[in-house]
Design a protein around this ligand. Structure first.
Ligand SMILES: Cc1cc2nc3c(=O)[nH]c(=O)nc-3n(C[C@H](O)[C@H](O)[C@H](O)COP(=O)(O)OP(=O)(O)OC[C@H]3O[C@@H](n4cnc5c(N)ncnc54)[C@H](O)[C@@H]3O)c2cc1C
Length: 453
């Protein structure tokens, strides 16, 4: 909107409420991370921006029905699936994906019926060592009192206060130098009151850690220092376990009781202290007892129904919409020189569906700015857009106004930014009663009910 005079943006969101993973992914005890919502709010207040909440593109309205009414469509629908381990026992009771668990404690309507059995036993295993895995461990171990004032759901507070979980093992396939979590997450876990850290095997670090690259050096300082207390003299504890690849999740009476891992070693030719080091399995296996198991090995984007009708070949392997790095959607097309990538005119992408499910909000925002810049640049040049009519030099597309009736005739109730602000206000009021900054509505029905009150 800044760069293209008179540009009008319709933003479709499948839920009544905005902010995606900032609301439903970012941990409730990281409120400062959610400040980016203020920037969003500034944009949303522009008369040239229309928020169309509670409309699921590809389901409530087909892409082929939207396409004729826009000059450009930007796909930014994130990564709504998770990667599976592909091992026996993955679907046992007591095994959860981090995505489900995070969505559950953050109030994502889809997962409010999850019922994680935190009373089933004392030990939990988290498979994967990224920041989401660390979030899961931290939420399991943090005393509930310090979560009370956050926007974690009331239901999660109740379940966590009843939790019997005393120890959490966060297990990774490679070593500490290759692990994906950042120093902030490690430090936070070290600072939870009455939670001890099980020391890590010193041999996984070089004798002189000062020589490590800065990022790994900072993490090593935190991990090697550990906590003043030990797991033996603490009520709760956590540990990082390395060089273990999950082999099977085992059950007693159909509920998870342990996880078996195939031990790994650094592959020949790789320096174990290099962050790119690869591992290979050895014959040895080890089994860790667990009454709860979380898999946290990444999110995954999927194709939106109807994408292929627009000429977009979704890349299922990478889980992204193929793009030219700047954000232009591309499709392999046969040019005179053989297979070349061609821009599907008028189609762009941003966020996790563009780059894959990695990156923090800051990098995702920068990446989104880059996609917006490229649309503006194309608009100023001779690049064709959707439904270009020869000789036409300005848009006459109606956007949302052209499809609104059709969407509503299907029983869908579209929401405006003003509607969201009513829900937002009601959530804050609900929170106030409990000394929290917000109590989220746990279902779409309850969100919509507020608008009729
Ligand atoms: C558990 C977790 C914790 C995180 N914590 C942090 C953190 O502490 N700090 C940090 O900087 N980053 C954090 N991140 C990363 C950050 O959340 C992402 O970088 C960012 O949210 C990705 O933005 P996105 O727009 O690509 O996807 P999303 O934020 O997922 O937004 C996609 C939006 O599209 C909507 N949508 C999907 N399908 C449709 C459809 N068919 N029709 C209409 N709308 C649709 C979704 O409802 C969603 O609102 C975390 C991520 C996760 C998973």
């Amino acid at each position: 909107m800044n760069k293209v005079q008179d540009a009008v943006i319709d933003m479709y969101e499948q839920l009544p409420v905005p902010y995606g993973l900032v609301r439903f992914g970012v941990a409730p005890d990281h409120p400062e991370v959610k400040n980016c919502q203020d920037t969003f709010e500034e944009v949303a207040l522009s008369p040239r921006f229309h928020y169309i909440g509670n409309v699921r593109v590809g389901y409530d309205i087909e892409l082929s029905k939207l396409e004729p009414h826009y000059d450009a469509i930007l796909f930014s629908y994130g990564a709504s699936e998770d990667r599976k381990l592909g091992i026996p026992g993955e679907d046992l009771a007591g095994v959860f994906s981090a995505r489900e668990f995070v969505g559950w404690y953050n109030g994502l309507p889809q997962f409010q019926g999850l019922q994680p059995q935190l009373r089933a036993g004392e030990q939990a295993v988290v498979i994967g060592q990224g920041n989401v895995a660390m979030d899961v461990a931290r939420i399991l171990l943090t005393p509930v009192d310090s979560l009370m004032s956050t926007d974690i759901t009331e239901q999660a507070i109740q379940t966590l206060s009843d939790s019997k979980v005393r120890s959490v093992k966060v297990v990774g396939r490679r070593g500490p130098i290759q692990a994906a979590f950042t120093v902030k997450e490690a430090r936070e876990l070290m600072h939870i009151p009455s939670v001890a850290f099980g020391p890590i095997d010193r041999s996984l670090y070089p004798p002189d850690v000062k020589k490590l690259p800065r990022v790994q050096k900072r993490i090593s300082d935190v991990l090697l220092k550990g906590t003043p207390s030990t797991p033996q003299d603490s009520a709760r504890s956590w540990a990082l376990d390395f060089l273990k690849a999950p082999k099977s999740i085992n059950a007693t009476s159909n509920h998870v009781s342990s996880v078996t891992f195939t031990m790994q070693r650094f592959a020949p030719g790789f320096d174990p202290f290099d962050h790119r080091a690869r591992v290979e399995p050895i014959e040895e296996a080890t089994t860790i007892e667990a009454s709860l198991a979380f898999r946290s090995v990444g999110y995954k984007s999927t194709a939106l129904p109807g994408l292929s009708d627009l000429g977009v070949p979704f890349d299922n392997k990478l889980g992204i919409i193929p793009n030219d790095v700047h954000g232009r959607v591309i499709t392999p097309s046969t040019g005179p020189g053989g297979l070349t990538a061609g821009h599907v005119h008028g189609l762009y992408c941003a966020g996790w569906v563009k780059r894959g499910p990695t990156g923090v909000i800051a990098s995702t925002m920068n990446d989104a700015f880059a996609s917006a810049d490229i649309i503006a640049k194309d608009w100023e040049s001779d690049v064709p857009f959707l439904n270009d009519v020869q000789g036409e030099n300005k848009s006459t597309k109606l956007g949302w106004d052209a499809v609104k009736e059709q969407v509503m005739s299907r029983g869908v109730r579209p929401l405006s930014w003003k509607d969201w602000k009513v829900i937002d206000h009601a959530e804050r009021e609900r929170g106030k009663e409990k000394g929290k900054n917000r109590e989220k509505f746990p279902s779409v029905e309850e969100m919509l009910k507020v608008l009729d009150a």
